[in-house]
Design a protein around this ligand. Structure first.
Ligand code: SF4
Length: 188
């Protein structure tokens, strides 16, 4: 069936891109979420979610539409303290860094974790402006982000490795055993 061929292909592609990360390298996206959950999510699991499949296909389409020359060809890196933050924004056009998100609902305001990701990209690239673009089946909406993260914030986010939002723990396979879980009543 086509859906199986598609998912298998996306998993293969994702595995082949699985970068060998140096010990001190931290993906920009990881700064917005719980590191343990982020690191343990395998592509096989990820692509069980149709929303993730659709979001990935949307990204591929936009990359092709705008041309690869507009996308940073290498992973961008910036050092802070003993760490190196690595990231690859979805698209950079002129002075603006774009981050695309596929969602079933159109948010009234940008999501905190998306803002943090774009602020990290502004910090890495030195660009003055970012835009988070939410695609839903009914609407495309953008929100501007102009404040880059600071070195101090990045170091603080590195320090705070665990979940920032209860929903992260709700979706986490470690929620029943994790001492850092934010689920209320977890220790009852
Ligand atoms: S339960 Fe929450 S804090 Fe613990 S690993 Fe999972 S997401 Fe992180």
């Amino acid at each position: 069936m086509f859906e199986e061929i598609l998912v298998e292909r996306l998993i293969d592609e994702s595995n082949s891109w699985d970068r060998v990360r140096q010990e001190n390298e931290i993906p920009a996206k990881m700064l917005a979420f719980c590191w343990r959950r982020y690191d343990s999510t395998r592509p096989e699991e990820l692509f069980q979610n149709t929303r993730v499949v659709l979001g990935t296909l949307l990204h591929r389409g936009l990359e092709r539409y705008f041309g690869y020359e507009d996308k940073p060809t290498n992973v961008l890196k910036k050092k802070v303290g003993d760490y190196v933050i690595v990231g690859m924004p979805d698209l950079i056009l002129g002075d603006t860094v774009y981050e695309f998100k596929y969602s079933t609902r159109s948010p009234k305001k940008p999501r905190e974790w998306d803002i943090r990701q774009v602020r990290t990209y502004l910090w890495i690239t030195g660009k003055p402006k970012g835009e988070i673009v939410y695609f839903t089946p009914w609407k495309i909406g953008s929100f501007e982000v102009t404040e880059p993260a600071t070195d101090e914030e990045i170091l603080e986010w590195i320090e705070h490795k665990w979940a920032k939002y209860e929903w992260e723990c709700n979706y986490c396979p470690f929620k029943d055993e994790c001492e850092h879980s934010l689920i209320k009543g977890n220790d009852e």
